[in-house]
Design a protein around this ligand. Structure first.
Ligand SMILES: CC/C=C\C=C\CC(=O)SCCNC(=O)CCNC(=O)[C@H](O)C(C)(C)COP(=O)(O)OP(=O)(O)OC[C@H]1O[C@@H](n2cnc3c(N)ncnc32)[C@H](O)[C@@H]1OP(=O)(O)O
Length: 722
């Protein structure tokens, strides 16, 4: 794990723990042993720590956090490095992160390739840099920079790190030979100020103000997370004598390590990576399925979704032909795309040059014929099956044989769309979330005949366009909207039974969602839901009016339709579930008119309103969705619970510190969740989605605590084997 070799009078400790040289037990032991050995060897004058392969250590081994501790801890290893009598140089390439950066800060010198990055991403794992990182970074980079880096977790370029004193020198070419030259230029002993414990933190004079500003920022941007607050407190402790600061860091670290938030966030780290590993039952030779290159793309539909998708593709450097039959709509779409890109320039997220380069790659067109030669097309027209079938039929005629045809449908059956073509193996759903250029999730939806190659291609495309791709099987609403429908329906019933929109939203925002369901409704527009309900009614041969209370025996709330008919479409009209200062404004105010509408609606329907507890709001919103999540696993629509969690985290802003709805259910305990679902099923028999999922029942009544990794397989085994 750590190879020890000597080059003349230098000991080289090369960390060899692929893929990212994480500081696992053997690595820590190897580093400690190597430092001791080099200090005992009279021939050795200095020591270099370097990573083999792609990177300097990218941090502690996260998979060890949940296991019993073994060997020296990171602090013991670090203290051994700092107290080495012979100068220790960290030679950095790739990503020097977390515990890796702490090892580098215990070293006396840091030299790096220009392409290297450094950072403390612990905050994303619900932790703080607990091996004196919070004490050492302010000593080289100052309080303000340390607070910003540690609370954001961002990766800092080598050049910026050099400017802030984190690195001593940048080099090009061969890192080891440059480091050997650097070692040869050093004095034989370690100067006092190269041991960072001996150096005071920079920026002490303004520390209180810096702390307050940083605290306000994290409360605003990372509301609900405990780690960023502990990070700030720990950095502030760097103003104290070193040992005292380190003791405070330890206490704050232990508080986080044992918190539910850290466990949830570490689960998310692995869930996000697991979600990219896909499996489908209809592909026998999955291992052999490789992605085909996508060099040219087409998008059909220049509305909000289409334009957002175009921006995403352009930003990733892909050329796009945007097709929209209506010239005015096309012009509006192109202007929207320009506006979004200009917004990125204004926010300094891209340069004007980059924007112009993107725009050069955009070809507006009015005919589908212009798509004949592209590698992949994404259709993003109005959610109407007939229209989509018509477009896919035409695309099949026009596009070259190899072209992959994707639909940005949010609910419709991919098999039906694929049937309109003679290439169902090349048809797939690519469900983007609005706004498509912001939301990270890409829900890829395979049909019965979609080939492994097509799946591999869109999963790969997801990564190329910097989205988080998750694969699910086709069904109405897929995973995201199928579960969300339960959540939204319960929200509307809670309104009928006693809540007001702002009361409901407040509870769910305190739970951790960035916005409650009614603020989200106003943001997306109440016309969207209205149209979906009307389409669904048409397709299923029934009618929905503002007097409808039951549809095919199922309870229905017509409150949203009442608001729609009053022209209250949400933010865009300045009125929806809330009122706004003007159309398009963001700040929502409670509207007494909405309260009157709700109260009248209840009176007319003979509903006696009651006080609804926070617990009931959270349970009904989350447990109805979780029950549907278990059904998705049962049906094989989702292949693992991690996929469902990633969908909610990145599609709906589910609080990361709760892991995702399925992980959240595991923390509550499946027996408890199942009991409450049974209770709501009894209480609300006219909502069939409360019928407990078979899989949930099996898991909850097995008498064992079945790990999440076994939930999907439990769907296919009988109870006696659980
Ligand atoms: C007393 C103090 C005690 C503890 C202190 C702990 C402080 C820490 O160091 S916490 C860890 C801090 N480091 C990180 O959070 C880095 C996490 N990793 C990443 O951000 C990325 O992996 C990357 C290093 C930037 C590389 O990205 P990429 O090239 O996209 O590869 P990935 O697909 O993300 O990762 C490849 C493979 O490696 C696994 N992995 C990555 N980092 C770790 C890690 N720190 N520990 C364990 N495993 C790690 C990752 O899960 C992937 O595995 P697969 O099996 O291939 O999915």
């Amino acid at each position: 794990m750590v190879d020890y070799r000597t080059v003349k009078s230098v000991a080289v400790l090369e960390v060899n723990n692929p893929p990212v040289n994480a500081l696992s037990y053997n690595v820590r032991q190897g580093l400690q042993d190597g430092i001791e050995r080099a200090n005992k060897d009279k021939e050795i004058k200095s020591i270099i720590i370097i990573g083999k392969g792609r990177t300097y250590p990218a941090g502690a081994d996260i998979s060890e956090f949940s296991k019993p501790h073994k060997g020296p801890n990171l602090i013991e290893v670090g203290l051994g490095i700092e107290s080495s009598r012979k100068p220790v140089i960290s030679a950095i390439h790739g990503t020097c992160l977390g515990g890796g950066l702490e090892i580098a800060l215990f070293s006396h010198y840091r030299i790096a390739l220009e392409s290297a990055k450094v950072g403390f991403p612990e905050v994303a794992l619900g932790l703080l840099p607990g091996a004196h990182g919070t004490q050492r970074l302010p000593r080289v980079a100052g309080m303000a920079f340390a607070m910003e880096i540690i609370t954001s977790g961002r990766h800092v370029s080598a050049r910026e790190a050099l400017q802030h004193g984190i690195l001593d020198k940048l080099v090009k070419g061969n890192l080891l030979s440059e480091s050997l030259d650097f070692a040869a230029s050093l004095p034989f002993s370690v100067p006092h100020n190269r041991r960072l414990r001996n150096v005071p933190a920079k920026g002490a004079e303004n520390a209180d103000r810096i702390f307050e500003v940083a605290l306000n920022k994290v409360k605003q941007k990372q509301n609900g997370f405990i780690a960023p607050i502990n990070c700030l407190k720990a950095v502030k402790a760097a103003l104290l004598p070193y040992e005292e600061g380190a003791k405070i860091e330890r206490e704050l670290f232990m508080e986080l390590l044992t918190s539910g938030q850290a466990k949830a966030q570490q689960y998310v780290f692995f869930a996000e990576r697991a979600a990219t590993r896909w499996y489908v039952s209809n592909e026998k030779n999955q291992k052999k399925c490789s992605a085909v290159p996508v060099k040219t793309t087409g998008v059909i539909g220049a509305g909000t979704m289409g334009s957002g998708i175009v921006v995403t593709l352009l930003r990733a450097g892909l050329p796009v032909i945007l097709v929209e039959q209506d010239s005015q709509n096309l012009e509006r779409g192109v202007n929207m795309i320009k506006g979004i890109l200009q917004g990125s320039v204004n926010l300094k997220r891209m340069t004007s040059q980059q924007m112009n380069k993107c725009l050069q790659q955009l070809t507006p067109a009015q005919s589908l014929d212009s798509l004949h030669n592209v590698d992949l097309v994404i259709e993003a027209v109005f959610e109407n099956l007939k229209l989509k079938e018509e477009i896919f039929g035409k695309l099949d005629e026009i596009c070259k044989q190899q072209t992959i045809l994707c639909s940005n449908t949010s609910t419709l059956d991919i098999d039906k769309i694929a049937r309109a073509t003679k290439r169902p193996d090349k048809v797939i759903g690519t469900h983007f979330f609005a706004p498509a250029f912001v939301m990270p999730l890409l829900e890829n939806v395979y049909g019965t005949k979609t080939s492994g190659e097509t799946i591999a291609t869109v999963m790969n495309l997801g990564k190329t366009i910097r989205k988080i791709p998750v694969l699910v099987k086709t069904c109405h609403g897929f995973v995201a909207n199928r579960m969300l429908a339960r959540y939204q329906t319960e929200a509307s019933f809670l309104l009928e039974e006693g809540c007001l929109p702002h009361e409901y939203d407040q509870v769910m925002e305190e739970f951790g969602f960035p916005m409650g369901a009614f603020k989200v409704g106003d943001l997306s527009g109440l016309d969207i839901g209205y149209r979906i309900r009307q389409e669904l009614a048409k397709a299923n041969g029934y009618t929905v009016t503002t007097d409808t209370r039951y549809i095919q025996g199922e309870r229905f709330s017509s409150l949203a339709d009442k608001l729609y008919e009053l022209g209250r479409l949400g933010r865009k009209t300045g009125k929806g579930w809330y009122k706004y200062d003007r159309p398009g404004a963001k700040e929502a105010f409670v509207d007494p008119d909405v309260t009157d509408i709700i109260l009248k609606h209840c009176k007319d329907a003979g509903i006696i309103r009651r006080k609804i507890s926070t617990q009931e709001i959270v349970e009904r919103s989350m447990y109805s969705s979780i029950n549907e999540g278990f059904r998705c696993l049962e049906d094989g629509v989702a292949s693992k619970p991690e996929d469902i969690d990633v969908i909610w985290l990145h599609g709906f802003g589910f609080p990361r510190y709760r892991g995702g709805p399925m992980y959240y259910a595991s923390t509550i305990g499946l027996a408890e969740v199942y009991d409450r679902i049974c209770y709501y099923h009894k209480t609300f028999p006219e909502s069939s989605y409360w019928v407990p999922s078979d899989l949930l029942r099996k898991l909850a009544t097995s008498g064992r605590n079945i790990p999440m990794s076994d939930w999907s397989t439990a769907a296919t085994v009988n109870k006696s084997r659980l």
